[in-house]
Ligand binder design. Structure first.
Ligand code: HEM
Length: 190
């Protein structure tokens, strides 16, 4: 994973839980040097060791660590990639629609990285289906956390359910704005 991800996790831990918790995580995860070059590629196993160590230190499930990180990531990446995020559009739907292009630009900037890929579809009854494909398994809770983080920033609440695609098993997130009839109530067309 690109070093900025590990640095973002470190930032989350220090800001929310304090320097001593990050030191305990670094020791438990056997990190040689817990400060990363944001532009370099690191072994995914190191990131997963950090997540597992954090899960033990905070006594929460690894999935919850990923969810909390997802919510944190949007604010953190705004600092470094604010322009990229703003180019993604104003509405929640615009943001989702631009996810694939955004990660495509990440791939161009960091050729050794393996960013995820996204596709958006809408059902006849107004739900949004976000198809998420990754070379890595088990990171769906990051997607869920990021979606909730973006929705919080926009003052909307989401209902999210998940399933595996019946054809190739990638994760699909079914998203609906709760309390509002349709996406058009949030993102007027035209
Ligand atoms: C400014 C916004 C964003 C930036 C700059 C960004 C950048 C990145 C970068 C650098 C990585 C690491 C890729 C690698 O090392 O192979 C990554 C991974 C990831 N991104 Fe984004 N991202 C952004 C927004 C989002 C959003 C909105 C979502 C989902 C709703 C998302 C979902 C993910 C997930 C789940 C991963 C983990 C890796 C994987 O699934 O294989 N990202 N992103």
């Amino acid at each position: 994973m690109v070093g900025i991800i590990n640095n973002a996790i470190a930032d989350l831990v220090v800001q929310r839980f304090g320097e001593s918790v990050w030191e305990a995580v670094a020791e438990r995860a056997r990190l040689e040097c817990p400060v990363y070059d944001s532009t370099r590629n690191y072994d995914d196993a190191e990131t997963m060791r950090i997540v597992e160590a954090l899960s033990v230190e905070l006594a929460i499930a690894a999935e919850d660590v990923l969810f909390v990180f997802g919510k944190w990531w949007i604010g953190y990446s705004e600092k470094t990639y604010g322009a990229l995020l703003r180019m993604s559009g104003d509405s929640f739907l615009d943001c989702l629609m631009s996810l694939d292009a955004l990660h495509g630009r990440i791939k161009m900037a960091f050729p050794d990285s393996h960013p995820p890929s996204f596709r958006v579809a809408r059902t006849e009854d107004g739900r949004i289906l976000l198809h998420y494909q990754s070379v890595r398994a088990g990171l769906g809770s990051i997607v869920r956390g990021i979606l909730v983080g973006i929705a919080d920033n926009m003052g909307i609440t989401l209902q999210i359910t998940e399933h595996d695609d019946p054809i190739d098993g990638h994760r699909v997130f079914e998203i609906q704005p709760s309390g509002l009839g349709s996406w058009d109530a949030i993102n007027p067309v035209g």
